[in-house]
Ligand binder design. Structure first.
Ligand SMILES: Nc1ncnc2c1ncn2[C@@H]1O[C@H](COP(=O)(O)OP(=O)(O)OP(=O)(O)O)[C@@H](O)[C@H]1O
Length: 555
């Protein structure tokens, strides 16, 4: 069985890698999954999202799942039933191929190994060396879908492995880990130019992605990925681009746009554009830089401009594959995906939905698997890991730091991330924590790149127990050791809550989130509960213990 699956999928990869297909209409096989089957796969995570659920949920990759509380009838694809999307040729010298239907066994829907997903042997070998053998559910769904050339939006909760969900199909197609034979090998050796651009909103996230790629490429080939993040020396980055001729660049919007505008980064023949934390990249701050990136990456010829999307007129590109990623997918992302991509699909754990089947804004019949209409508006459906426990504790402003100390001791938390809304008071909180005998450090945008990475290293290796930070650290930061997140200031909305909370409970690990609020802020907790569909239990700390109170009804 495995051989048959691997064989057919390798055909798919070989087929997809050429991308030299004549124009044929996208031939997605629409499949309406029986509602019962969708409900069945969701049951486990529904249970785990129950506020009364055990805190001791164990790490189980195959149990990482989605958790809709109500199901809408929408067109749902099984990635195993998708056929490759045909695109216009990237390179003129590659002959067109005949269209081939792809049949992948349904078992890919919940693949138990990376081999089942048709990844090249060398890449599987590297994954094994890194201790990665079982794909997460979102990886099982995203890898075959991306390998079949689809433009995708990947939505899955924080810490569910979205980074590898897009990196693995990219590395299967480009670079030294893809299956290379004869002429292809020669072509790769001569290959020049960037083939994948990955955009991330923060330096930390950018560097984290670079490290992940480097780990897979290995010491010999790690020069094939280049970081282009802000805060680092630009001319050194430009020199490295010239010298190393990387295949993959990972950067922050400002630096990528800057180097591209200076004519030092050529991305016109680029095949993949990934926007990680896409909903944040759509914010006004990044508007100009993102516009430049979207206009230039994968541009082989001028396309027809479309107006009306969030970044203004952006040419629709058929040559590059666009991959948008986040735990929170508001409608702005759905609209952007439609505008920038070709028949994009929404990939979630165990489901692939055509974005064309969704509405264009909040309301009935729009996004599938709607937990609540608020969640649709905010894009926070299924954004939180099921293994998290959420609490809040009432505290006067002047006692808040003391509440952190009590909570850390009561839960015996080893690695803690404390979030504040402003940068200025962070230092003061660090001093207060240190005065209470806790090793603490600050992390925010006013610190240099080197200081920031040193602090993160110390947090990961246990030299620092409490990191006090702001929104900078809320997105994408992967500190698997983090077992407690504290909101010292309440987040501004459920999206911010979801990303902050997601710094703990990574990949099914247990984790707790404590929001410390004043009496007048309790209404925010109630709102968050409604919007996120999770229980946030009131608690207090006495004699070194956390006392969980009875949860009031959510209005
Ligand atoms: N198949 C796997 N097996 C074991 N560990 C994995 C696997 N895939 C990813 N991981 C690990 O899980 C952790 C979380 O992954 P990742 O950072 O990609 O999550 P994410 O979904 O992107 O989270 P966020 O939404 O917060 O950005 C990382 O430490 C990563 O190395």
């Amino acid at each position: 069985m495995e051989i048959i699956i691997g064989h057919s999928h390798r055909h798919a990869l070989a087929f997809a890698s050429r991308r030299s297909h004549p124009f044929l209409k996208n031939c997605l096989l629409l499949k309406r999954l029986p509602i019962s089957s969708i409900s069945a796969y969701n049951k486990s995570s529904n249970a785990s999202n129950n506020p009364n659920n055990s805190h001791n949920a164990t790490l189980n990759l195959s149990s990482l799942d989605e958790k809709p509380s109500s199901i809408k009838r929408v067109k749902v694809f099984n990635p195993a039933k998708l056929r490759p999307l045909t695109r216009s040729p990237l390179t003129k010298d590659k002959p067109p191929e005949l269209k081939r239907d792809l049949k992948i066994d349904d078992s890919l829907f919940s693949a138990k190994t990376f081999a089942e997903l048709g990844l090249p042997p060398l890449l599987i070998n590297r994954l094994e060396k890194a201790g990665l053998t079982v794909p997460t559910e979102v990886q099982s769904t995203a890898i075959p879908t991306i390998s079949q050339n689809h433009d995708v939006v990947i939505q899955s909760y924080t810490g569910s492995g979205k980074t590898l969900a897009y990196l693995l199909p990219i590395l299967s197609e480009i670079g030294p880990l893809k299956k290379l034979e004869g002429e292809e090998k020669e072509a790769f050796d001569k290959k020049q130019g960037v083939e994948a651009v990955i955009v991330a909103p923060s330096r930390e996230l950018g560097m984290q992605i670079v490290r992940e790629v480097e780990k897979l490429l290995g010491p010999e080939d790690k020069r094939l990925v280049q970081q282009l993040v802000g805060g680092a020396n630009r001319s050194r980055q430009e020199e490295a681009l010239k010298k190393n001729r990387p295949l993959i660049v990972v950067g922050t919007p400002g630096r990528l746009a800057e180097i591209s505008a200076a004519g030092k980064l050529h991305t016109h023949t680029c095949r993949f554009l990934v926007l990680d934390e896409v909903d944040q990249l759509l914010s006004f701050n990044y508007r100009e830089d993102m516009h430049r990136i979207l206009e230039h990456v994968g541009r082989r010829r001028s396309g027809s401009s479309r107006s009306g999307d969030i970044l203004g007129p952006v040419a629709k590109r058929s040559e590059r594959q666009t991959i948008l990623v986040s735990a929170t997918v508001p409608f702005s992302v759905v609209r952007a995906a439609r505008s920038w991509g070709q028949d994009p699909v929404l990939v979630r754990a165990k489901s692939v939905v055509s974005l064309d089947s969704l509405g264009s804004g909040p309301g009935p019949g729009s996004l599938p698997d709607i937990a609540s209409s608020n969640a649709v508006t905010q894009g926070t459906i299924d954004s939180l890991p099921p293994s998290l426990e959420h609490y809040y504790s009432l505290s006067k402003h002047q006692h808040k730091v003391d509440t952190i100390r009590k909570c850390v001791h009561a839960l015996d938390a080893k690695t803690v991330i404390v979030f504040m809304n402003n940068t200025r008071p962070i230092k003061d909180v660090v001093h207060k924590l240190e005065a209470r005998g806790m090793k603490a450090a600050e992390l925010h945008g006013d610190l240099g790149k080197l200081t920031r990475s040193t602090i993160l290293k110390k947090l990961k290796n246990g030299e620092i127990r409490v990191l006090v930070t702001n929104e900078l650290s809320a997105r994408g930061l992967d500190v698997p050791e983090c077992d407690l997140v504290v909101n010292l200031d309440m987040p501004t909305d459920s999206v911010h809550y979801a990303h902050r909370a997601g710094r703990t409970g990574r990949l099914g690990r247990k984790g707790s989130v404590l929001s410390i609020c004043e009496e007048r802020e309790v209404f925010i907790v109630k709102k968050l509960r409604r919007q996120l569909g999770v229980g946030i239990k009131p608690c207090e700390f006495k004699e070194g213990k956390m006392l969980i109170q009875k949860e009031e009804n959510v209005e």
